[in-house]
Design a protein around this ligand. Structure first.
Ligand code: ATP
Ligand code: MN
Length: 494
C-alpha cells in the first residue's frame, strides 16, 4: 500500500522537488462535496492536518451511483494526478482518475453536518467528535504537548518513572478516591465489628485508584535524582466544574537536591518550553483555534472579551517572567482590592483561608495580568509532606503570621491553579510530628518515611494537570473538551 498523508502532500507546493504531475493516492473522509457545471470538488481530510486536500472530477466522469455515495463523512481512496490548483485556497489538488469508496455515510443519518455544532452536542457523539476541525486540532495539539513533556524531561536528565495506578495509600488526602475491589458489592465479607473485611479482598487490604504518584515518585527521586511521572490520575470529585475531571493525566517531576526556588525555576521553564514547542509544531491547528476563539469572543459582551487572542496570549506567557510572591503578600493585595472592598468576592479573604478560584483569577487576570507563582502558604491548608518554613511570615504592616510551608502554586489566566508543588519536608522528626497532628498514622506510610530514615536529602517537586495545560494552550473553555473520552460525574458511557 502506498499513499501519502494529506499533510505530506500539501507540503509539496509547486517547486523544484515537487511531485506535481505524478500520480498519487490519498485516503480520507469527505468533509464537503460541491458540484459545479464542469466539475465535482471534494474536500478530503485524513486527520494528519487540519487542512483538506481538494480532489476534483470532471462533470460526468464519475457514474451517478458513485457520486451519490460520496457524501459528508464517507471514506474514500482516491488516485489521480497531483496538479497545481486553479482555485484559490490551495496550492495543489488531485485530479481523480480512480476512486474507491471504503465506507458510506448515509446523509439522512450522519450526525455531523458541514456547519458548526455545539461542543455539548459533539460530546454526546464521542466517536465522531474527533472528525471535527476543532477536536482534531485539539487532539493533535494534545499529542504534541505530551511529546514535548517527555522531550523536555529527557533533554534535562530526568527519568520517566511509572508509579502505580492502584494504591493502598490513602494518606495524601489530595482528593476523594475511587475504591478498587473484587468483593461482592451486595454481600461483602464483614469483620466482627460489622465493617467490610478487606483482608479478604484481592490485595488483602483496601485499595483505591491513585490521586497522585508523588509519594512513590519521591522514592524514585531519592535514588535516581530526577524523575517524572506522566500517567492517569483519579479523583472522585463531585464538582461539576469546567476545570475538574474524574480521570485526568498528571505530570509529576520530583527532584533530589532541589529547593523551593529551583522548583519554581523548573516549573516556569518547563511550561514555557512545552508551550513554545506547541507554537512551533502546531501552527495550523493553533491558527484555527485562534480564529475560532475570536469568533466566540465576538458573541460576548465588550467588557467580558479578552484583550489578547489565543496566539498573542501564548506568546505573552512564554516571553514574560512569571510574577513570584508569597501567599501573605497575595492576601494583602486581595484584602485591599476593589472587589474585596465592594464585597464583590463570593468568598471572604483573610490570612489563613484557602484562596478560591475567584481570588486566584483576580491576581492573575486583573492585578498582575501575568502568570503568578504563589509561595509559602499557611501550613494548615496544605498537605502534610510540605517543608515547614523556619521563619513566620510578616506583611507590610509588620503583622506576623504562621506557620507556613514551602508550597508553590502556579496560577494561569482563565484557569487558576495549573501547577501545585512544594519543597518536601526532609526531616524525619518534623514529618512524623506533622503526620500525627493531622491524624495520619506514620506506620501506615513506613515505606515512604524510609526515605527520611536512610539518606534523607532536600528535595522538591510539583504536579501539573495535563488537561489544564491543554485547556490553556487550546483556549478551550471546558476541560471535558480537551480529552478524547472525558470522565466526570454521570459521564462514562464511552
Ligand atoms: P484544585 O484546587 O484546582 O482542585 P488541587 O489543589 O486539588 O486542584 P493538586 O492536588 O495540587 O490539585 O494537583 C496538582 C494539579 O493537578 C493541579 O494543579 C491541577 O493542575 C491538576 N488537577 C487537580 N485536580 C484535577 C482534576 N480533578 N481534573 C483535572 N486536573 C486536576
Ligand atoms: Mn493544589
Amino acid at each position: 500500500m502506498s499513499y501519502q498523508s494529506i499533510k505530506q502532500l500539501l507540503k509539496n507546493a509547486p517547486g523544484v522537488d515537487s511531485p506535481v504531475g505524478t500520480t498519487v493516492t490519498v485516503k480520507g473522509w469527505v468533509r464537503t462535496k460541491r458540484e459545479s457545471k464542469n466539475a465535482v470538488f471534494i474536500a478530503l481530510n485524513d486527520g494528519s492536518t487540519i487542512n483538506n486536500i481538494q480532489v476534483v472530477a470532471e462533470a460526468g466522469q464519475l457514474p451517478e451511483e458513485t457520486l451519490k455515495l460520496i457524501t459528508t463523512g464517507s471514506c474514500l481512496s482516491v488516485t489521480g494526478q497531483l496538479v497545481e490548483s486553479q482555485g484559490a485556497g490551495q496550492a495543489v489538488e488531485v485530479k481523480i482518475s480512480d476512486v474507491h469508496i471504503y465506507g458510506t455515510a448515509d446523509p439522512e443519518k450522519y450526525p455531523l453536518q458541514p456547519k458548526r455544532h455545539s461542543l455539548e452536542f459533539l460530546r454526546e457523539i464521542a466517536h465522531l467528535r474527533p472528525r471535527t476541525n476543532t477536536f482534531s486540532a485539539i487532539l493533535r495539539i494534545r499529542h504534541a504537548l505530551a511529546f514535548a513533556v517527555h522531550k523536555y524531561f529527557n533533554d534535562n536528565g530526568f527519568f520517566y518513572l511509572n508509579t502505580p495506578i492502584i494504591t493502598a495509600s490513602d494518606a495524601e488526602g489530595a482528593g476523594e478516591m475511587f475504591r478498587v475491589t473484587t468483593l461482592d458489592a451486595t454481600k461483602p465479607p464483614l469483620t466482627d465489628e460489622g465493617k467490610v473485611d478487606y483482608s479478604q479482598d484481592f490485595f488483602g487490604r483496601e485499595t483505591n485508584l491513585t490521586v497522585s504518584g508523588q509519594l512513590e515518585g519521591e522514592l524514585g527521586a531519592m535514588a535516581l535524582g530526577k524523575i517524572y511521572t506522566f500517567g492517569p490520575t483519579f479523583r472522585a470529585e463531585n464538582s461539576n466544574t469546567t476545570r475538574h475531571l474524574a480521570e485526568f493525566w498528571m505530570i509529576e517531576p520530583e527532584m533530589a537536591f532541589y529547593e523551593l526556588e529551583d522548583n519554581m525555576n523548573l516549573a516556569e521553564d518547563f511550561v514555557k518550553t512545552v508551550i513554545r514547542y506547541a507554537l512551533q509544531h502546531c501552527a495550523d491547528d493553533l491558527a484555527f483555534l485562534d480564529g475560532r476563539l475570536k469568533e466566540e469572543e465576538k458573541t460576548k459582551k465588550k467588557e467580558e472579551q479578552s484583550e489578547l487572542g489565543l496566539l498573542e496570549k501564548l506568546q505573552f506567557v512564554i516571553s514574560n517572567e512569571f510574577v513570584r510572591l508569597t501567599y501573605t503578600e497575595a492576601v494583602e493585595i486581595l484584602v485591599n482590592s476593589k472587589p474585596a472592598k465592594k464585597g464583590q468576592f463570593q468568598y471572604e479573604v483573610s490570612w489563613g483561608v484557602d484562596l478560591q478560584s475567584e481570588h486566584e483569577r483576580y491576581l492573575v487576570e486583573k492585578h498582575f495580568k501575568k502568570p503568578v507563582i504563589l509561595t509559602n502558604y499557611p501550613r494548615e491548608i496544605k498537605a502534610f509532606y510540605m517543608k515547614q518554613d523556619d521563619e513566620p511570615a510578616t506583611n507590610s504592616r509588620g503583622e506576623v503570621f504562621g506557620p507556613t510551608v514551602r508550597a508553590m502554586d502556579v496560577l494561569f489566566p482563565g484557569i487558576g491553579e495549573i501547577i501545585g508543588g512544594s519543597q518536601r519536608e526532609d526531616s524525619f522528626d518534623k514529618l512524623t510530628a506533622r503526620m500525627l497532628e493531622v491524624g495520619i498514622e506514620p506506620e501506615a506510610l513506613w515505606w515512604y518515611l524510609d526515605t527520611r530514615r536512610f539518606g534523607s536529602a532536600p528535595h522538591a517537586g510539583f504536579g501539573l494537570g495535563f488537561e489544564r495545560l491543554v485547556l490553556f494552550v487550546t483556549g478551550m473553555g471546558n476541560i471535558r473538551d480537551v480529552i478524547p473520552f472525558p470522565r466526570a460525574p454521570k459521564t462514562a458511557e464511552f
